[in-house]
Design a binder for this molecule. Structure first.
Ligand code: CA
Ligand code: CA
Length: 425
């Protein structure tokens, strides 16, 4: 394994690419009243500010990277795995493998692609709901039902328009494939919605996961509105747990507090773009902090993770948020990152190909242009290694043969590449 690649030079240079998420246009939903970004602080400052707010230095740096200019610490020759650039998508957001080895990939503008890795060709899946493609919004996650081979059910998350603005929605549909490498969605039902819908186009979250009991988990981020994370009349800023048809399980922790609260498993979250279960069934979720304070959390029933009352980061306008250790009643993160990594995508690896990494978490880093390996020890976790990928990593997936697959975020000068990681010879 390579040493921890996290030099100051690397951060100072590549951090300027910054911006973990191409956030909403500046309005009351954004995190800050349009801060003045200086070069020295821009690596964290632009964590999830809009590209319109990015400094000219950032844009220049991003353009240079996009043009293949050399950077201060290329690093890729020291990676302990081979990286194949397989193909490219248009602003891809998520992927999942079908049992036949083909890959479903969401593109933010609203296209669901079916990619045949063997035949090196992509088809499309028709019948995807209309999405709001703006800021961080668009077509989001894609996930198979645990019994997909018998019921062909797939789940999609996306931003939709409605009264009050936009909000995430989750739909279940039957995937019907044809013989030409394409297909369509049938019997589509919208089984869950964020409430309320709000203006702006940031912090939808809408990552999806199934657990081994067949429960559907949804990360519902706080739409850059802060307070909903603590409001049990809203499902924003929460981790949501549902039956596979969208109904509420009777053993959720807040079923006595009304219809919306009944969906909630945990609260006090900010922007969760990755959730994964470990081999013992524990749910881990990372979330983007504000300026500083990205987190990895062990998600527990009924727990409050404290946002926006506590965070190891602070607001973008410079307003301090008390750190976690000031309010022990809120659940403490297992890991916090300052400077931020801008986490997106998350697997806990259980394959054979990288046998030494069984049980490790792999988290994509957007502003950090990295893949972060995390080791767990019961309820604790720590960053074990950081791989310099030179790309904003949006999504991580484990392939059927144990290879690790990454999607490059297509925004801010990224090319939207699909990368396959296999052990070095
Ligand atoms: Ca995935
Ligand atoms: Ca703080």
């Amino acid at each position: 394994m390579v040493p921890y690649r996290h030099s100051l030079i690397f951060l100072a240079t590549l951090g300027l690419l910054a911006g973990c998420d191409n956030s909403a246009t500046p309005d009351k939903q954004t995190d800050a009243p349009t801060p003045t970004v200086t070069e020295s602080e821009s690596n964290t400052r632009a964590h999830d500010q809009s590209s319109a707010e990015a400094s000219s230095a950032e844009k220049e740096s991003a353009e240079q990277a996009a043009a293949g200019q050399p950077t201060a610490d290329p690093g890729t020759d020291a990676l302990p795995f081979s990286v194949s650039e397989v193909t490219q998508f248009d602003s891809p957001w998520a992927m999942t493998f079908l049992p036949d080895g083909r890959l479903l990939v969401t593109e933010m503008a609203g296209t669901l692609r079916l990619h045949d890795l063997a035949g090196e060709r992509s088809g499309t899946i028709g019948g995807v709901p209309e999405v709001v493609h703006a800021g961080q919004g668009g077509l989001g996650d894609v996930l198979l039902h645990p019994q997909f081979e018998t019921n062909q059910h797939i789940y999609l998350s996306y931003a939709e328009a409605g009264d009050g603005g936009a909000g995430a929605a989750v739909a279940r549909a039957r995937l019907v494939l044809d013989d030409e490498g394409s297909g369509k969605l049938e019997d589509l039902d919208v089984i869950w919605r964020q409430t309320p819908k709000l203006s702006g186009n940031g912090h939808f979250g809408h990552r999806l996961a199934f657990d081994s009991d067949g429960m559907l988990w949804i990360s519902s981020s706080e739409r850059q509105a802060f307070d909903p994370s603590q409001d049990m009349n809203s499902n924003l800023g929460k981790v949501v747990r549902l039956n596979d048809d969208g109904s509420v399980p009777e053993d959720n922790p807040f079923t006595d507090q009304g219809e919306i609260a009944a969906q909630v498993w945990s609260l006090g979250h900010r922007n969760i773009l990755g959730m994964a279960f470990d081999s013992s069934g524990k749910l881990w979720a990372h979330e983007m902090g504000p300026e500083g304070g990205d987190e990895l959390n062990l998600i527990e029933k009924g727990a409050n993770y404290g946002y926006p009352l506590v965070s190891n980061g602070n607001h973008y306008d410079g307003t301090s948020i008390p750190d976690h250790d000031t309010r022990p009643e809120f659940k403490t993160p297992a890991i916090t990152w300052t400077p931020v990594i801008s986490p997106a995508g998350f697997i806990i690896y259980d394959g054979e190909l990288f046998a030494d990494w069984q049980g490790s978490g792999f988290i994509g880093g957007m502003s950090s242009l990295s893949l972060v390996r995390v080791e767990f020890d019961g309820e604790k976790a720590h960053e074990a290694e950081r791989f310099d990928m030179q790309k904003r990593i949006r999504e991580v997936e484990q392939g059927p043969d144990g290879a690790i697959w990454l999607l490059e975020d297509g925004m801010r000068g990224g090319d939207g590449q699909l990368l396959k990681l296999t052990p070095s010879e």
